[in-house]
Design a protein around this ligand. Structure first.
Ligand code: SF4
Length: 350
């Protein structure tokens, strides 16, 4: 993926949402909803705050937080219009929106094209209809298939959002979901774990014992199996896990939340790679690994956990790790008695 654009996010909470998805606690309140004219001031102020060394980056205004294209057309247009002077002057390069797969018909896409929308992020969540139904999404997997193909035909950049651990979800269903979205060839994917948040309908189910979120370890295991599939398909993964925010800290009740979730998954993958190399080579009580310097911490794991587990499992007295700048990211090399053996995380996942 080319360097990611600098995003100026405008949050329109629940605007356009027909019903409330089980996991969502965005309030459908009019207060807190920015007016189209306040958006103009916000963009101007945000542009003024961009540090000098980032001024040359691509800049996008993003309408996030609701289902932008499910809003009545007459309400979408004023927001889009407010960005037009910035597009015309070149201060902003394009617009991105987030929305639902069942709110992207041809007429809607024509409107988005007309107003300079480049990127559409689609809330897919799962490609298993039962999971979507139990989560009260109000759309089915086929809506995602048809919306994505329409978007790609019209040359939008398409991002698909997935969730793991929704009601009815299993690791196999998540892996099926990945296979189906890989076939759709989106430009990027984001994956979030399902969390129980204050005020979301899921809170009541959880309090009544009718919903149990994934444990952190489980969520990491699902992603450890799934992430290499995406890497093999060369679809960029823009984010795994949720960005720590004040709202999240305030509303979080239960579920697999960790501020360094992605690193937990990468460490689990490196643990598997190291295990595979050690299993298939001669050892003399010690092991010496090489990897890219930026991946040494992935191999070590949080608090050196990987090293301790590998030592115990393979009865090793010492594990040494040497960072080598010339090694491609994702490669792990073991200096074994019979010579160097290596593995790449892509081949591990195939
Ligand atoms: S998840 Fe998205 S579509 Fe569902 S209620 Fe929340 S903002 Fe609306």
């Amino acid at each position: 993926m080319a360097s990611s654009p600098l995003i100026i996010p405008v949050f329109l909470p629940n605007l356009g949402c027909r019903e409330q998805c089980l996991f969502c606690n965005q309030k459908a309140a009019a207060e807190g909803l920015p007016s189209p004219s306040s958006v103009c001031n916000f963009i101007g102020a945000s542009l003024a705050d961009i540090p000098y060394n980032k001024k040359n980056r691509e800049k996008q205004v993003a309408f996030y937080g609701g289902s932008f294209t499910a809003i009545h057309r007459d309400d979408q247009v004023p927001y889009l219009k407010k960005v037009q002077p910035f597009l015309a002057s070149g201060l902003i390069d394009s617009i991105r929106i987030s929305t639902r797969p069942d709110a992207l018909d041809e007429e809607t896409l024509s409107l988005l094209k007309e107003y300079g929308v480049k990127t559409v992020e689609v809330g897919v969540q799962s490609m298993v209809d039962e999971v979507l139904f139990l989560s009260k999404r109000g759309h089915c997997a086929e809506d995602t298939v048809s919306a994505t193909s329409r978007l790609k035909r019209r040359r939008f950049e398409v991002g698909l959002h997935l969730m793991i651990g929704l009601p009815g979800d299993t690791c196999d269903r998540f892996l099926q979901t990945l296979d189906r979205v890989i076939e759709l060839k989106p430009d990027f994917i984001r994956i979030h774990p399902t969390l129980v948040l204050k005020g979301a309908p899921l809170e009541n189910l959880w309090r009544d014992g009718r919903y149990s979120p994934l444990h952190l370890d489980e969520a990491v295991q699902w992603l450890r199996k799934g992430l290499p599939k995406l890497e093999n398909s060369s679809i960029p993964v823009a984010r795994i896990g949720l960005q720590p925010t004040q709202e999240l800290e305030r509303d979080f009740l239960a579920g697999p939340y960790h501020p360094s979730f992605r690193q937990l998954v990468d460490s689990a993958i490196f643990f598997d790679m190291a295990t595979s190399l050690l299993q298939n080579s001669q050892k003399n009580g010690q092991a010496l690994f090489f990897c890219h310097p930026k991946e040494v911490s992935n191999l070590r794991g949080q608090k050196n956990e990987n090293i301790m587990r590998l030592k115990e499992h393979f009865k090793l007295s010492k594990i040494l790790i040497d960072g080598k700048q010339e090694l491609p990211r994702g490669t792990l090399v073991l200096q074994a008695q019979e010579g160097e053996v290596s593995i790449h995380r892509k081949s591990y996942g195939s």
